[in-house]
Design a protein around this ligand. Structure first.
Ligand code: NCD
Ligand code: ZN
Length: 337
């Protein structure tokens, strides 16, 4: 039985770092263990200009306090012209599309995701090799939102066959099945969606720290996600969607959506992959697949995990902020060496 495990250049391909005090609190928690992370642009206001992008990147580097950490920057999707995209291309890893109002800070997202309306921008992205990251939910019934989005993914994949499309934080077996149907579709999977179902969120007393968008689904959905992750399907990458909100905004009437997992993700994944006898596949899920899909060369970093109990802190605090991690106060079976 494995008692230690070394991962090379771990990557988190979907991460919310926020800004100001929260950025200063959470950035080092990711930079400590990850070589790089794809940083989401849903600030207020969202990141849509070259100046905002570069300034945010610098604030992240200043906050991260680890030199072997690279933030991979994204722009918030809107109609951009090709000249602008040519200019920013070297500075971004992708552009994130949010349906308007579907999740935290997405009010200025796209109100109707129609291939023809979006064609100028998507064609330019396709020509320039800029991937499209998508929050794939409709505004239908909450459990059906991702499933209802599948025809939109299909239409995008068919209309822009050279555009790399990443289905972010997939939560359903429908999304898993779509992966193999189109060459240009990829996916990220979070920690929480590999572990929990809606039962864990709302089956007993309501668990605000497990509430996120998309909401955790059924057992058969979780099983399908676990299967592709454990087998390190080459089109699937780890993306934590670690989404910190201040404690008072989670433990509140009108709980903000987002699960904070940055400091516990690797430990949890080691436990999950070990339980299923698939530890050998964790390297591909946590890094190699993303290297291939995005064609990136992050800073080298080796992270060793050991099979020793890790008591998850009740909260992480500093800079006047306090954030509660998933599994606060619980003991995990793996820790950082
Ligand atoms: C994210 C956030 O808080 O920014 N929330 C979430 O529940 N996942 C946004 C997102 O990725 O949907
Ligand atoms: Zn997210």
């Amino acid at each position: 039985m494995a008692t230690s495990l070394t991962l090379n250049t771990p990557l988190d391909m979907h991460l919310h770092l926020r800004d100001e005090a929260m950025l200063k609190l959470v950035a080092p928690l990711t930079a400590q263990t990850f070589s790089g992370a794809l940083v989401m642009p849903n600030l207020v206001p969202p990141v849509t200009t070259f100046e905002a992008l570069k300034a945010y990147e610098q604030r992240i580097l200043d906050a991260a306090s680890y030199e072997d950490f690279k933030p991979y920057m994204t722009l918030f999707f809107q109609q951009y012209d090709k000249a602008f995209l040519e200019k920013v291309k070297e500075h971004i890893i992708g552009i994130k599309l949010y349906p308007a109002g579907i999740t935290t800070n997405s009010e200025t997202g796209v109100s109707s995701i129609d291939s023809e309306t979006l064609r100028p921008t998507l064609e330019a992205m396709s020509d320039l090799g800029i991937p499209l990251c998508v929050h794939g939910e409709t505004n239908g019934f909450v459990m059906d939102r991702e499933k209802e989005f599948m025809p939109i993914y299909e239409s995008l994949a068919q209309n822009f066959p050279k555009l790399k499309i990443i289905m972010e934080h997939i939560t359903t077996k429908d999304a898993v099945e779509l992966l193999d149907k189109y060459e240009n579709l990829y996916a990220t999977i979070t920690v929480q969606h590999l572990l929990i179902t809606l039962d864990d969120v709302a089956g007993g007393m309501l668990q605000p720290h497990l509430f996120c968008k998309p909401i955790a689904k059924r057992y058969e959905d979780r099983d399908a996600l676990v299967k592709v992750a454990l087998n390190a399907h080459p089109k699937v990458m780890f993306g934590s969607d670690s989404a910190p909100h201040p404690k008072h905004k989670k433990e509140a009437c009108g709980c903000a959506a987002g699960v904070f997992t940055a400091p516990i993700a690797l430990q949890i994944l080691a436990g999950l992959f070990e339980t299923h006898g698939k530890l050998d596949n964790l390297q591909a899920f946590i890094s190699d697949n993303a290297l291939n899909i995005y064609g990136i060369t992050p800073p080298k970093k080796e992270i060793t995990l050991v099979k020793e109990p890790f008591l998850v802190p009740e909260n992480y605090s500093g800079e006047g902020e306090m954030v509660v991690p998933m599994y606060a106060g619980q003991t995990l079976s793996w820790s950082l060496a």
